[in-house]
Design a protein around this ligand. Structure first.
Ligand code: AMP
Length: 598
């Protein structure tokens, strides 16, 4: 029952007193966005005044915006690499942050093929926790009764390594799930999950997924919402069910756990939950053995009110598949975050995916915005870019996000392009447009044009013995199957037709391309199984000329025409696919280990 009275909120009637407080805080922060930003910057600059980085730019203890903006440059990860490397190597002096670096968060963004290492400090966990604590109070405004059941969330920890200097390096969510903030969270009827901590914290992805799915099935009637971080993760869970429902049903029928789940903590925990249930086992077998899996989510979990997954940005490609499996359940994109910093949340989470806007929370970091002109060249030295403050962005315009964090990133370019859609009080709301320079993405992988080009070059070396070269290429992220995979279209020039490349050689080219991809791609392929084998489709000679003719017929200029290095437009795909002469799949998994290559 909603509480009204003193604790009501302009966002809507809160569901309980705790929610009222959270909504009130959101109101205060967004109403005073500029003042909060000024305070955040002053806090960051004063505590870090003696760091090597701020001293280098002669900030001399200044904490005001003007001095900050006039003295500090905007930077990319590559600019900070020497400092980050020193920290990784064990230099504990105050390089970027006066507070000790507690660990590195490994981003899905890569630099020179390796995950970017984001330094973080202990207290950032509290900031992340604060953003999480806003999510349910907002959701409760739109979906009543979420305290009457549970959430089936597929959450995973991933491998961790240590840097040469001994600091942990792991993904931000692994860090969060392993923290006391998550593990010993107080009971809250609105955030009860079917997955026990033991299952979430199991580092073996099969055992973790298996037991999370098993618990979700056992408690199927209590499940009110289903989720994963990204859409690709939820679809991977559905695929897992397709492949494993027989064993899962067997466990439920007999009440004894699949011996492949060997982790003692997980076994002990699941064995307490699992009881023989013949009717449930039969129900699961009946539903899952059907050929038609349309609407399977609502058939198995009939009380699901929405799917909690990010479907903005590159994940939008999964919306039709999610709709298919869920019978069109609402898709809620609740938050926008990164390893560098958690940014904000969606104050209207039940809106359509195409209308999702994230409101940046001004207490998370100091935010600036670099105007993004999609068709202009990179900004030159003569006209230094003018960064805009959070409250000064203009509706309809696009910007690149630049952050200054408590952990010591100063005017750091995140690489995300955002478009302003409106304001909540004085805090702007942003549509996530895209991440810069990402050509292909299936899961958390991000492959840019240079990486694809390099992979093509490496693979095409295998064609030398056939006197063959790749004259043109393009690519496509094929998500029709689960997991999705990269498709590369190749037009070849074979000088000696009697010695054209064998099918085996082209298969090896697929693997050679995969070996050249960055570590996140290879991890998704090998450890997470979230990307399928790369495919090369060889097209008839002359196909790319036809592609150009098509583009010109639709108004492209002949002089300016460039072969698109990634395609998704249906008529172009149809043209390419109709010219395919042979297709080839990677015959093995590429090499991947958690250790960094350098
Ligand atoms: P990572 O550093 O690996 O945690 O990745 C962070 C990046 O993921 C962000 O900079 C965005 O590019 C992307 N991302 C995070 N949240 C969202 C979201 N809600 N919608 C679209 N993209 C997102």
């Amino acid at each position: 029952m909603a509480v009204d009275s003193v604790l009501s909120s302009p966002l809507g009637p809160p569901a309980c007193e705790k929610d009222a407080k959270a909504l009130q805080l959101i109101e205060e922060l967004t109403r005073n966005a500029d003042a909060v930003q000024e305070r955040v910057l002053a806090e960051i600059l004063s505590r870090n005044a003696e760091t090597e980085y701020l001293r280098r730019y002669r900030l001399d203890g200044a904490t005001d915006r003007e001095t900050f903006k006039s003295k500090l440059p905007t930077v990319t990860y590559e600019d900070l690499q020497p400092e980050i490397q020193r920290i990784a190597n064990g230099d504990r002096s105050a390089i970027l942050s006066a507070h000790p670096i507690s660990e590195f968060l490994t981003s899905s963004g890569t630099s020179a093929g390796e995950r970017k290492l984001m330094p973080t400090i202990q207290e950032e966990l509290d900031r992340r926790q604060l953003l999480y604590s806003f999510l349910m109070p907002v959701m409760n405004l739109y979906v009543p009764g979420l305290d009457k059941g549970k959430g089936l969330y597929f959450l995973f920890v991933k491998s961790e390594t240590r840097t040469p200097g001994g600091l942990l390096a792991r993904p931000v969510l692994t860090s969060y799930y392993k923290s006391d903030h998550f593990k010993t969270r107080p009971y809250d009827p609105y955030t009860v999950y079917t997955s026990p901590n033991e299952a979430i914290l199991c580092s073996d992805s099969y055992q973790s997924m298996y037991t999370q799915m098993l618990c979700g099935l056992v408690e199927r009637s209590q499940v009110l919402r289903l989720g994963a971080v990204f859409a690709s993760g939820l679809l991977r869970a559905i695929r897992f069910l397709q492949l494993n429902w027989q064993q899962l049903a067997e466990d439920i029928r007999t009440g004894s756990l699949n011996p492949k789940v060997a982790d003692p903590a997980v076994r002990a925990c699941i064995c307490r939950i699992l009881k023989p249930d013949l009717a449930l086992a039969e129900f699961i077998a009946k539903e899952c053995s059907q050929d038609n899996w349309e609407g399977i989510i609502t058939r198995i979990w009939p009380n699901t009110k929405y799917l909690d997954v990010i479907v903005t940005g590159a994940m939008a490609q999964y919306i039709p598949t999610l709709d298919y499996y869920s019978g069109g359940l609402p898709l809620a994109c609740t938050m926008y975050a990164s390893s560098e910093c958690y940014f904000g949340l969606n104050l209207n989470p039940m809106c359509k995916p195409s209308e999702v806007s994230y409101t940046i929370m001004p207490n998370m970091a100091y935010f600036e915005f670099l105007p993004h002109e999609p068709n202009s060249l990179e900004l030159t030295r003569d006209s230094p870019p003018k960064l805009v403050d959070l409250v000064d962005v203009e509706v309809g315009k696009e910007y690149e996000l630049v952050i200054t964090t408590y952990a010591g990133l100063c005017r750091y370019r995140v690489g995300d392009i955002l478009r302003v859609t409106g304001f909540h009080n004085s805090a702007p709301q942003f549509h996530f447009v895209k991440r810069k320079n990402v050509l292909l993405s299936i899961d958390s992988d991000k492959t840019d044009e240079a990486e694809l080009q390099k992979a093509i070059e490496n693979a095409s070396e295998l064609l030398c013995e056939f006197n063959t070269s790749v004259v043109e290429y393009t690519s496509y992220a094929d998500t029709k199957t689960i997991p999705g995979h990269y498709v590369i279209y190749w037009e070849l020039l074979t000088k000696d037709l009697a010695n054209s490349p064998s099918g085996d050689a082209l298969n090896k080219c697929c693997l050679a391309m995969e070996e050249s991809m960055n570590t996140v791609y290879r991890q998704c392929r090998v450890a997470d199984n979230s990307i399928g084998p790369l495919e090369i489709r060889v097209v008839k000679s002359g196909t790319f000329e036809e592609l150009m003719d098509y583009a010109i017929s639709r108004g492209a200029s002949i002089n300016q025409y460039k072969v698109p290095r990634c395609v998704s437009y249906k008529p172009i795909m149809e043209l390419l696919d109709s010219r395919v002469v042979s297709s080839h799949l990677s015959p093995a998994q590429p090499h991947w280990t958690p250790e960094r290559r350098r």
